[in-house]
Design a binder for this molecule. Structure first.
Ligand SMILES: [Zn+2]
Length: 240
């Protein structure tokens, strides 16, 4: 087969590798961003729970203060019991003490509820801390892996680039320009086999004389319809 044609076929496979490499390079930061987002989200959930817990503790301290006030109120009223003169005064006083006791009961219930909620939140905090640690670890591992992969890609890109230069050095400028034009206009693959008389790029049927020339493989021949480069179909494929 024509040496330039062989080089064009190689060039196209190198270009396919380069494209694959670029795609992998493009995806890595996106995948990494997902992992980072998960770690950030986990941390922000933890912060929210911690804030709720702080508010709850504040509320509990305030309720405990209310309870103390109510207790003192009862103690003071009890001290004044001896000073009371009439039965009516005594009844009123006792009912005030009862009311204060009921108030205390209510506050105590509220404090109990807040304590239960606090215990629940502490369990949530512990489990969310584990989630945060796991997500951060996963992100760290993925980051290290991504850096390594990007390094590999950069090295592969360097190798591909020099192979590309080697292969293209043996191709005429006009042929190379024509190849580039095909690639730029998204006519990939730009180098296709001829099956019988048919271009595998566009299914155009070539005149017999031209098809025969392609099968000989000595000249560079392009499809007269899509302008792709044509090479003789390998024997194994031609049989199949
Ligand atoms: Zn064609």
């Amino acid at each position: 087969m024509n040496d330039q044609l062989i080089r064009l076929i190689k060039l196209e496979s190198i270009d396919a590798e380069i494209a694959k490499n670029k795609e992998a390079q493009r995806k890595i930061p996106l995948q990494l961003a997902v992992a980072e987002q998960r770690a950030t989200q986990a941390q922000s959930t933890l912060t929210q729970i911690l804030e709720t817990f702080t508010l709850l503790q504040k509320e509990r301290r305030s309720k405990e203060q209310d309870l103390k006030i109510a207790e003192e109120k009862i103690a003071q009223r009890k001290l004044r019991l001896a000073d009371l003169k009439t039965n009516r005064e005594y009844q009123t006083h006792m009912s005030e003490i009862d009311a204060a006791r009921r108030e205390m009961g209510k506050i105590e219930e509220q404090i109990l509820l807040l304590m239960e909620k606090g215990d629940q939140l502490q369990r949530e905090i512990a489990s969310q801390q584990e989630v945060v640690a796991a997500e951060e670890k996963a992100f760290g591992a993925q980051k290290a892996q991504a850096d390594e992969r990007l390094q590999e890609i950069a090295e592969a890109a360097g190798r591909l680039s020099s192979t590309w230069t080697e292969q293209s050095a043996g191709i005429d400028t006009s042929t190379l320009d024509a190849y580039r034009k095909l690639v730029d206009t998204r006519k990939s693959p730009a180098v296709v086999p001829l099956r019988g008389q048919t271009c595998r790029g566009c299914n155009f049927s070539l005149p017999p004389q031209r098809a025969a020339e392609v099968q000989i493989g000595e000249k560079i021949i392009r499809c007269s319809y899509c302008h792709r480069f044509l090479y003789p179909q390998p024997q194994a494929e031609a049989a199949g």
